[in-house]
Write a protein that binds this ligand. Sequence first.
Ligand SMILES: [Zn+2]
Length: 439
Amino acid sequence: MATPFIISTPKRSKRKKKGIHKSKKTYVYGLVNQGNNVCFLNAVLQALAALHNLRIYLGRKATSRDAQDEERPMTIALHETLEKLNEPLATRDSFVPNRIVWALQANARRLINRQQQDAHELFQLLSESLGLEDEVSRRPKSLLDIDTIRFLTGNNKARLICDRNPLVGLTACRISCMKCKYCGPIRHSTFDNISIPLPKQQVVTLENLLRTYSEIEFIDEYNCPQCSLFETLAVVEKELIDRKDDPNKEYLRKLNKDKQIIKTALVTDVDKEIDSELEVTKLARVNFLASKQTMFAKLPKVFALHFSRSIYLQNGMTLKNPCSVLFPEKIDLTQYTTTGYLATMPSEPLSSPSSSLSSPLLSPMLAGIEGARPDEVHYRLKAIIAHIGDHKLGHFVTYRRREGLDCWWRLSDENIEEVKLSKVLEQEAYMLFYEKDHI
Ligand SMILES: [Zn+2]
């Protein structure tokens, strides 16, 4: 959503009057909206400051000896900024998050400006920067480097698990042809947040959105490789019958050779690219109805969600979808997560606890990915970013849980006020940040 923003000017006299209960009289830093156009940056930083696992990860990464400081400007800037945002203060105060702006400019060569005003885009940019810096730190400096040798020869599994970015998870996606039941290779993709378009209705629950995201859907025009091979084989076999008396024996020899290549592909590897091997035959491409399902194969420690609220009109205009998302404080992702066994039949769920061990049609297709354990699927809400206003004129604010406490801050640039959970759950969410609940 590219929108100019209303800037909320801090009303110092009002804030002082409000006050906070004596026993909870500690504050955290607000963030100055310098240039009056970076409320989206402030909102993202305040939300990330609520994420315990991210802070641990950044602390470890920022102080490790795997990389030079100049190779990880975003990791260090984010670590320092998020720690500062968690410092307890006796009085209200705020600062300008300059280190993040400089790191973005140095690392991603991107400027924070009015063209880039979306909290979700910025979140992705920060996450991408962290990923790139992590890649650099994992690159072997030299095979003679003692740390590299230790890493390559020793048991580094524990280190890999500790170093895993808590925002990153893995999805499994299966597409199956409804005609021939062919199931393509199950594709795995990493994600640092799940972006869900909102329906054009007044209210929807988060549970419904996640169910829609992970349930079987149907694709009309799926180019099925197996059906295409069968179709091509039928054409070749018909031509061989029709031209059995053809004097051009060389052509018939080539046609027979093509037939053999297609038959071999059908038995050994349906997905193999055989176009270039066929001498006189053109591979048919036929489309049929297919089922598609995406589930979580590896859940991240921090589960971030984005709700796409843009409605694109035919006249080129964009409107904001005002759909209210009802989201709970705690979520259980069991039903959207694979159990480690994936079904290959198009009409069956990709993975379900009830069928995974009994059906002979299932196979352990996820080597090394065991699926989630029961204690790893429970999450608790840690922060939300809300968007106030319409598509053209709006403002981002963050609601963030206070570390270790059951109360919340509402942070709008420099303005901070304490709110109850019930107030947080009423907000028009743009992004939600859940964190694993077993810590
Ligand atoms: Zn097919």
